[in-house]
Design a protein around this ligand. Structure first.
Ligand code: C5P
Length: 221
């Protein structure tokens, strides 16, 4: 019985976070949100006035912030230099800057090393963009979660109801831009691993997605 690692990749708004947490709860596993790590790194860059479009400047600072990720699916926290940034990493400002920061190889190298350390010997659901391709290509269960662009934009807008600028149309445009940057960057672009199971969640509810992933996990045990 190999300790389980479930890699959950896919574009923004595909329902990865809710599904990953639900799967972790259902199977008694830990949960790691790697997107939160890239967001925390981006938040730190903005706080410290590092010009995020300047790759060399971002690379030079990539080693500075100390990140710590909690792995409880019921309370996934993230701290930077000891401060809980779980809320501020969700602002539009961070969301619209994160793709530039996460495209920098020095940032990715550090994040991947941290992620592998947290994954350790397994027993964890890990969500991101490159988990099944780069971070843990040997993960016994790999899922690529998708949904139509409209369904993804509606979900994202639902997440951001507190932001008056975040109408469905604006969110859809910003999300399309972020997904384009994430899929076309040189370093570990978002792509489906050849052996990943693709699940299209457009017509599925959350419970059905969780059930499909739990079934895949049980098949490998
Ligand atoms: O999943 P989330 O939308 O919070 O991810 C935020 C951003 O972090 C993504 O748009 C992407 O640029 C970056 N990311 C990444 N690799 C991962 C997870 C997230 O590049 N494994």
């Amino acid at each position: 019985n190999v300790p389980l690692v479930i890699a959950m990749d896919g574009p923004s708004g595909s329902g990865k976070s809710s599904a990953s947490k639900g799967v972790a709860r259902a199977l008694g596993l830990r949960y790691l949100d790697t997107g939160a790590m890239y967001r925390a790194m981006t938040w730190w860059m903005l706080q410290n006035e590092v010009p995020v479009q300047d790759q060399a400047a971002v690379a030079a600072s990539a080693g500075k912030p100390v990140l710590e990720s909690g792995t409880d699916p019921d309370n996934p926290t993230i701290t930077v230099d000891g401060a809980d940034v779980s809320a501020p990493i969700r602002t539009r400002e961070v969301t619209n800057a994160v793709s530039a920061v996460s495209a920098v190889p020095e940032v990715r190298a550090r994040m991947v090393a941290l992620q592998r350390e947290i994954i350790g010997t397994g027993g964890i659901v890990v969500e991101g963009r490159d988990i099944g391709t780069v971070v843990m290509p040997e993960a016994p269960v790999k899922v690529y979660l998708t949904a139509s662009e409209a369904a993804r934009a509606a979900r994202r807008a639902g997440d951001l109801t507190a932001d008056p600028g975040a109408t469905v149309t604006v969110t859809q445009a910003e999300q399309a831009r972020r997904d384009r940057l994430d899929s076309t960057r040189k370093a570990s672009p978002l792509t489906k691993a050849p052996d990943a199971h693709e699940i299209d969640s457009t017509e599925l509810n959350l419970g059905e997605v969780i059930e499909a992933v739990v079934r895949l996990a049980k098949e490998t045990q």
